[in-house]
Design a protein. Structure first.
Lengths: 111, 567
């Protein structure tokens, strides 16, 4: 997959994954792989900076949970502002996707 | 990335960062959180590798790290992203604090420097003020004066009085008088620097001279003056009077001033005042010799005066001196003439102008000056002495009220009332209107009674004291007039009022009224300055009551060229 395409949708994908319920970084990567049936694979080098930036921007908030002896896990959950951004990005993505599909469908017909 | 854990340190990173965990501070907490989060991620990934692919723990960790990429770089980036705003904010705060501190220090330095400069300026100012307030140090300069007689090469002039005068400061003046010694010298020392006036009085020539001289600090100076070599002459006084005034009762204050004479560039002159007369000490000043009331001179009367032989100017003022030496000054400036004959060297002082009609004024002046009109005591005394006296042929008669048969009162209305009468001065409005013990008030025509009693050549000396708005007024017919010389009817006869002078003060308006040739008698508006109880009449009559003489004046003064037979 083109990494630039993924980078453009990374924020929307993270918000989408954590919007039903709080989740942590590794689980987010696995959820994206699972939902995309292995097509989308988030790199940790991109995921965590994105998570921390979205947290600073107020789209996400985090909390820690003990995960065993000397281990703790950081969960992220979407904020109200994050939901608004998610809805906006979803709308944008649908219009973009429909437009791309429309273009690509016409090209297929011509072919 | 050995900075965090190095190599495979992420596997036990949790325990490796215990040291950091125990620390304090925002930065340390952020590091621990990043490590914990990434370590948990790697641990989960390793566990998945081990479970899904049956790898050994070491292999699973190695695979998880390889799949992750570079956890150290990710951790460093996360830490820097998190710290960047904080670090920048801290840097800004630190910078602002440093700049503020620098500014504060600079301001403090400036303030301290300014205060030091102000202190220095204040000290300098105080020192300057002290110096300004310090009295000028007395300078020790020497001023030598040399006086020669006749010329600079002439003999020394001894005994010349030299006066040094000058203002040392606002409150202090130098005024030192010395006489030149046998060498004609005098020394003033020490003398502060300044501008001085030197006055020279030469006893030989009777001339004096003034000059200015500047004395500078550190420079002594010598002043050389040439004194006149002239000798004064004796000048006689001749007292002339067209009236037969007894000379022994008349004195004259004469102020004599010579013209300037220029000697070696300096103007010398003589100015002196003497009393001219031939009897007694004049112990009361005669004022006005210099046409100024403030000028007064008194002393032993002389008949001559020694004065430099120079053109003269003479100013005189006449006075009458009684046997006790009391002098009453006659108003100056109108009755004296004076001439100086350089040939005979006689100063002639004329008391009156014979061409004028001022003889009567002299009578009035005489009476007034001796206060026979102004003081009822004198009149009473005179009356007791014989009721009449003469002044150079004029008979003065004081008629007691009790001898007066009729009294006339002029109605005045608005407080302008005055009365006429034979020796009684009544004030209808202010004094004795209806008071008991006095003759009844009569009308103006009742003055005709006077006409019957006195021969036609009588004159009545009267005083006009009624003032209206500061003006003398007369009664004529049925109205009051204030102009001088008004003709008015009184005693049924036409009468010419010839006031010789006017004044704003009651004492100054004592007048002699002369009847016309056909006037047989003069009924007068006798608004005397002193009436019964000495009350003046005027618009402020009540006020004047408080300040006037309370003595009665029960007399009417009658002046006649010849003594009336019936008096």
């Amino acid at each position: 997959m083109d990494s630039q395409l993924l980078a453009g949708t990374l924020e929307m994908l993270v918000l989408q994954v954590v919007s039903p319920e709080p989740n942590y970084g590794y689980a987010i990567t696995q959820e994206v792989i699972q939902r995309s049936r292995g097509y989308l694979e988030l790199k940790e080098g991109s995921l965590y900076p994105a998570l921390h930036r979205m947290e600073r921007e107020g789209l996400l908030e985090s909390y820690w949970v003990d995960a065993g002896p000397k281990r703790r896990r950081k969960y992220y959950r979407v904020t109200a502002k994050g939901l608004e951004v998610l809805e906006h990005k979803q709308s944008e993505w649908r219009r973009f996707s429909a437009a791309v599909d429309g273009v690509m469908g016409a090209a297929d017909a011509m072919a | 990335m050995a900075a965090f854990f190095g190599g495979g340190g992420w596997r036990d990173g949790r325990s490796r960062c215990d040291g950091l965990r125990r620390g304090r501070g925002y930065f340390r907490r952020r590091i621990v959180n990043i490590i914990d989060e990434l370590a948990d991620h790697l641990a989960l990934a390793a566990e998945d590798e081990a479970v899904k692919h049956g790898r050994s723990p070491q292999g699973a960790w190695q695979h998880a790290i390889e799949r992750f990429g570079n956890p150290d770089a990710v951790a460093r980036k996360l830490w820097w992203d998190a710290m960047r705003e904080r670090v920048m904010r801290d840097w800004i705060q630190t910078g602002v604090a440093v700049v503020s501190a620098v500014v504060v220090v600079l301001v403090a330095v400036l303030v301290v420097n300014s205060m030091k400069q102000m202190q220095v300026a204040q000290v300098q100012l105080i020192e300057a003020l002290k110096q300004m307030n310090q009295p000028a140090a007395p300078a020790g300069e020497t001023l030598d004066v040399e006086v020669h007689r006749g010329s600079e090469a002439g003999p020394p002039a001894a005994g010349v009085g030299v006066t040094l005068f000058g203002k040392l400061n606002q409150d202090t003046s130098a005024n030192v008088s010395l006489n030149t010694d046998a060498q004609g010298r005098v020394r003033f020392s020490p003398v502060p620097q300044g501008v001085y006036r030197l006055t020279f009085r030469d006893p030989q020539s009777l001339l004096e001279m003034q000059m200015e001289h500047s004395l500078f600090a550190g420079v002594g100076s010598t002043v050389t003056v040439v004194a006149p070599d002239s000798v004064p002459v004796e000048k006689q006084f001749k007292l002339e009077s067209p009236l037969p005034f007894p000379n022994d009762r008349v004195v004259v204050a004469a102020h004599i001033s010579t013209d300037d004479t220029l000697i070696a560039g300096n103007k010398w002159h003589c100015s002196t005042s003497v009393i001219v007369g031939n009897k007694g000490l004049c112990d009361a000043p005669i004022s006005g010799a210099m046409h100024s009331p403030a000028y007064q001179v008194k002393g032993e009367p002389v008949q001559s005066v020694r004065i430099p032989a120079l053109p003269l100017s003479v100013f005189v003022a006449a006075g009458f001196m009684d046997a006790a030496g009391k002098v009453a000054t006659v108003e100056q400036g109108r009755r004296q003439t004076k001439t100086y004959d350089a040939g005979t060297q006689v100063i002639t002082v004329g008391l009156t102008d014979p061409q004028s009609q001022q003889a009567e004024r002299l009578v009035k002046d005489y009476l007034y000056s001796t206060r026979w009109l102004g003081n009822s005591w004198d009149v009473r005394e005179a009356a007791q002495r014989g009721s009449q006296w003469t002044v150079d042929g004029y008979l003065i008669k004081a008629i007691p009220v009790t001898e007066v048969e009729s009294v006339a009162m002029v109605e005045s209305g608005e407080g302008k009332a005055s009365l006429t009468g034979k020796g009684v001065r009544l004030r209808e409005k202010y004094i004795y209107a209806g008071s008991p013990g006095l003759p009844a008030i009569m009308k103006l025509p009742d003055l005709a009674g006077l006409n019957k009693e006195y021969p036609p050549n009588y004159r009545f000396l009267v005083s006009f004291g009624g003032m209206t708005g500061g003006e003398l007024f007369f009664w004529r017919g049925d109205q009051w007039l204030s102009e001088p010389g008004a003709t008015f009817e009184v005693a049924l006869q036409q009468m010419q009022v010839d006031p010789l002078s006017f004044g704003s003060h009651l004492f100054d308006i004592t007048e002699l009224i002369r009847a016309n040739a056909d006037t047989v008698a003069a009924g007068v508006l006798a608004i005397f300055t002193m009436a019964d109880e000495g009350i003046f009449l005027g618009e402020s009559g009540k006020d004047r009551e408080q300040e006037s003489n309370k003595e009665a004046f029960p007399y009417l003064l009658v002046v006649s060229d010849t003594p009336p037979a019936d008096l």
